[in-house]
Design a protein around this ligand. Structure first.
Ligand SMILES: CC(C)(COP(=O)(O)OP(=O)(O)OC[C@H]1O[C@@H](n2cnc3c(N)ncnc32)[C@H](O)[C@@H]1OP(=O)(O)O)[C@@H](O)C(=O)NCCC(=O)NCCS
Length: 161
């Protein structure tokens, strides 16, 4: 039997979001989905040449992207999402002890179960106030239910990508 797809719009109301999603509903999100995450570079984060360890940056990028994916999945019947891949990462500038690292993760694409998230990483030197991008990358997460890829039924308007 053919089942009609019902589409609901989420309209922000007094800063609250009404989410009504069952397994048959596709939801159009009416604003961008993103997550910002910061940390301070501590001695344990350094590599042996005295700059921020690249593996630490990658782990923090993955966490920021995962949290953006979790926000996108709010109200769905998915149980979470896993990292499937990330594209090329160029480390453009080193960060040093005491720098503030800010990671901005934004959902920039959606497939049936996939969620593409762009992550940009800046460093700020608090003594000078200078902010510079140190790297960026695109992650693909896959929404899961019972450990298997599962449709998230989310649509983003092109102006919010
Ligand atoms: C990612 C994973 C769930 C994909 O499972 P799968 O059965 O191969 O997936 P399918 O072939 O059914 O494809 C499902 C979706 O994943 C996408 N996909 C699969 N492998 C991918 C990859 N390497 N990169 C990007 N997208 C990928 C497909 O394009 C598809 O997207 P769509 O539904 O939006 O069209 C599975 O490979 C896995 O569990 N990998 C380990 C994840 C992990 O442990 N990550 C680190 C810890 S978070």
């Amino acid at each position: 039997m053919h089942t009609a797809l019902r589409v609901f719009c989420l309209i922000p109301q007094s800063n609250m979001r009404t989410e009504v999603a069952t397994t048959e509903e596709t939801v159009i999100l009416t604003r961008p989905v993103g997550f910002t995450h910061t940390f301070t570079v501590f001695p344990d984060d350094m590599n042996y040449v005295g700059s921020l360890f690249g593996g630490k940056i990658l782990a923090e990028m993955d966490i920021a992207a995962a949290n953006a994916a979790r926000k996108l999945l709010r109200g769905t019947d998915c149980e979470g999402a896993v990292t499937a891949s990330l594209d090329r990462v160029d480390f453009k500038k080193p960060a040093k002890l005491g720098d503030i690292i800010e990671l901005q993760a934004n959902v920039v694409g959606l497939g049936r179960t996939s969620i593409v998230i762009s992550v940009s990483v800046n460093k700020e030197d608090l003594r000078t106030g200078v902010v510079e991008q140190i790297c960026d990358a695109r992650f693909t997460f896959i929404a899961l239910k019972d450990g298997k890829p599962h449709p998230h039924k989310r649509i983003l308007l092109s102006e919010h990508i």
